[in-house]
Write a protein that binds this ligand. Structure first.
Ligand code: MD3
Ligand code: FE
Length: 211
C-alpha cells in the first residue's frame, strides 16, 4: 500500500490511497448512488437545526438524523422511502484493503460539504459494533480534519484531508472526538464535472450490527 501515518493511537492516515483515475471511477459510481438516493439535509435532534452538510447513503443501512427521531441507522431514504442503493464494488474492495475486518461494511454515509459547511466535534457511537474500524475516503476540496481523544477535552490535532486520501479509525481512535473545521474552497478540481460549486465529498464505511 501507499504510505500510512499513525496520527493518533489507532488512527491511520493514508494519503493518496486513490489515484486520480480511481477517484474518477469512484465519482462515476457515486453519481449512480446519488441518482437513486438524492442528497438531503438532515436536522439536529431536538433543535431541528439543519446540518450544513448534505447527506445520503448506500448499503443495507444508512445513517440519518432528524428533529424527532434522533440519530439512527435505517434501511430506507428518509425522503423517498426507497431502500439505499448498494455499496459500489470499489468501495467494498477499499474496505477489504483498509479495514482488515472479516465482515463487509453495512453502511456507507456520503457527506457533501459545500464550501462553507463544517462538522462539529463529535463521536461516532450509533453503531452496535465498535470492533470494526471506520474507513473514511475523501474526494474534492481539501478539508481541515481535527481528531482528539475519547474525552471531549483531550488535546486534538489537525490534518488536511485531500482528494483521494483515506483515514482508518480503529482501536483507541474508534471512539475519539473528531470533526471538520473547514473546507479549502477551490483546492481540487476533481468534482468539477459533477458538482458545480465543487466542495468536498467524504465517504465513511461502517459496520453497524455485531456480526
Ligand atoms: C474519528 N465525517 O460522518 S471522516 C462522520 O470528513 C464524520 O465527513 C467526517 O465524522 C467527514 O461521522 C470525518 C473521518 C472520521 C470518521 C469516523 C471517525 C474520523 C473518525 C470515527 C472515530 C474517530
Ligand atoms: Fe464522525
Amino acid at each position: 500500500m501507499t504510505n500510512q501515518i499513525e496520527i493518533a493511537p489507532g488512527c491511520r492516515y493514508v494519503p493518496g490511497f486513490f489515484d486520480r483515475a480511481a477517484q474518477e471511477a469512484l465519482i462515476g459510481a457515486l453519481r449512480d448512488v446519488v441518482a437513486a438516493a438524492p442528497f438531503y439535509t438532515p436536522c439536529m435532534p431536538r433543535t431541528g437545526k439543519p446540518f450544513s452538510v448534505a447527506m445520503t447513503n448506500c448499503g443495507p443501512l444508512g445513517w440519518v438524523a432528524d428533529k424527532d427521531g434522533g440519530y439512527r441507522y435505517q434501511a430506507t431514504h428518509p425522503e423517498t422511502g426507497e431502500p439505499w442503493p448498494p455499496i459500489p464494488e470499489m468501495l467494498l474492495e477499499a474496505w477489504e484493503r483498509l479495514a482488515a475486518y472479516p465482515h463487509p461494511p453495512e453502511a456507507c454515509l456520503v457527506n457533501y460539504y459545500r464550501p462553507n459547511a463544517k462538522m462539529g466535534l463529535h463521536r461516532d457511537e450509533d453503531e452496535a459494533d465498535f470492533d470494526a474500524s471506520v474507513v473514511s475516503l475523501s474526494l474534492g476540496d481539501t478539508a481541515v480534519f481535527r481528531v482528539g481523544g475519547t474525552a471531549r477535552k483531550a488535546p486534538t490535532r489537525s490534518i488536511r484531508l485531500a482528494s483521494g486520501d483515506a483515514v482508518v479509525l480503529g482501536g483507541e481512535s474508534r471512539l475519539a472526538y473528531h470533526g471538520i473545521d473547514r473546507i479549502l474552497a477551490g483546492s481540487s478540481t476533481s468534482l468539477a464535472g459533477w458538482l458545480p460549486d465543487g466542495g468536498r465529498i467524504n465517504l465513511t464505511l461502517r459496520r453497524v450490527t455485531r456480526p
